[in-house]
Unconditional design. Sequence first.
Lengths: 344, 344
Amino acid sequence: MARLAARGHNQRVGIQRVADEASVSIATVSRVVSGRGPVNEATRLRVQRVADRLRYRPNASAQSLRTSKTMIMGVLIPDLANPVFVPFLRGVQQVAQAEGYSVLVVDAQRSDEVERRALDRLTEQQVDALVLAGSARDPGHIDELRRAGMAVIDGRDRATPSRSLVPALERPGSIAMCDALAALGHRNIGFVSRSTLADAGRRRWEAIRQRCRQLDLVTERITVNPEAGADSVGAGLDAFVRRGVDPVTALVCSTHGLAPALLGAMGAAGIRIPDGCSFVTYGDSDWALAYRPAISVVTMDLFGVASTMTHRLIAELRGEPPGPGRDPAPARFIRRDSVSDAPG
Amino acid sequence: MARLAARGHNQRVGIQRVADEASVSIATVSRVVSGRGPVNEATRLRVQRVADRLRYRPNASAQSLRTSKTMIMGVLIPDLANPVFVPFLRGVQQVAQAEGYSVLVVDAQRSDEVERRALDRLTEQQVDALVLAGSARDPGHIDELRRAGMAVIDGRDRATPSRSLVPALERPGSIAMCDALAALGHRNIGFVSRSTLADAGRRRWEAIRQRCRQLDLVTERITVNPEAGADSVGAGLDAFVRRGVDPVTALVCSTHGLAPALLGAMGAAGIRIPDGCSFVTYGDSDWALAYRPAISVVTMDLFGVASTMTHRLIAELRGEPPGPGRDPAPARFIRRDSVSDAPG
DNA sequence: TTGTAGGCGTTATCAA
DNA sequence: TTGATAACGCCTACAA
């Protein structure tokens, strides 16, 4: 069923071969395929046909070596196991691909050592640009790359370099959530997370605490260890939700990945949502929606954020102005059945 | 806080620079940093020190051009939006990174055109190898790459080229599920999917149908359109589950991504799980476990599969024997609360 | 409009 | 054990 292998020659066809078969110099072939420089229309057609017939593909290594542009962008992902980075990766991927860039994905695996090695490889590969999906573990390393001339976007808005783009976008969502909870009469809010708080978690906790202070709400940080099992986690939560004085009436889950474990634990502890306690998590998914009761969320369009960032990055690479693309939409609080009036 | 930029020179440091500062020829530097060829121990140390001081990183483009090895492997993902590919990607990524390979991720976005262009870019980049996370949309294109000398692994076990690795591993899980359902007295099983069945779905449906025929069970294919909304889908399901004669007593969801929509629809239609109908889905997640009732699943370690595949691929690239790594574990059926005795 | 030729940073061959 | 040097495939002044 497969056509015969072309001519038996298994050699990669290079520019020279095309030049020979089209009876022109390699310079002309180069002009044709790269679209740069003047070429007679007739020759262009002839060369193009030959190139197509031979399935000629310019060797990217040679191009890079000559032009010192690889048309590759690296994406540093702090932890691929964390599903929040997937829409982000998709956004980068999609835009980059459409604009002719390839994407070298690097998973830092939550490890300094892995990150370091990966970044080194990226510089060896001479990637034209680097997109940071989250904070790098070693900001110094990133600065160094920047100084070496690499274009880097890390979610920090260049217009206001002191503030991160993602955090800035997420904050309104946190605030909206606090406001909604307050309006429903909640006075005691628990922020549930693992004992070590990642960058994103810290920002969220900070935003919530600040807003709640303004609203005169009490916030408490509750740490859990999902590995310890549902019963253990459930007991931990129970201590806050069912205590005699000023019990926590709303639980905010620090990250989407943690939510199922918390829900399982609450089930095990017999804490009913939302009667026993309201529940909100960061990050949305079909499962959060399908869950009974449906889970309220603070969510943001990471795909859109990544697209915007990547567009800007490419514009920068091309020396163009940032373009008319406006900032992506900020995060929102979506209230579903898991949030209701505070008891009492 | 940052150290001063080194010497003001912003030039990328090349092998020549190192050679100069170490007072040797570039040939010697090359020998030292690549570790190939004889070098006097004293010179090696001296050169190494200079290289480190200058933070010399060999230019990968030049290396590739010379050696025609890029140390990059491509991964073709049919659709990054589908979360099942994430653990797979992680598996590839992790092994590749550890073995010194970079990973160029390509998302076909369910589009022939996008896939075609992406594969072309991969050949331009001269990737050393290609990992297929699923079936390519255009197998001919892949064959062509193979003929052009690219190492490709596509889940087809080289030992038995006629059978795919992933399907072969998944089949036992499907069989175990059918057996379990039969043992619980189910006689009528519905396989729920979108109207168009992807490759994986087709294999699953085939495996189920075949096993059920052996077990003397009736199977029906139920197609739904989640975009139509929960009520519509719910009504569609209801027609099978609540009909007078030989109602379907167990629903098997064709893919993990579809499960939340189905669960939502069943809720909307008032179909209780498992009393009204048992429920199983392909693919596992924390949410499936946290859902009430906990969802039974047929699941497989895609991360492990990808790791194994990548290890083999790298061994092949190095001309080594496949290595002692044994096949990854086959899929299993995990029974949870969503499956119970058939009514009646 | 086309061709010639130099060079991008490495590796590898061959002499010294 | 080292150094000079020819490729690798392509782009791009510059010359014709």
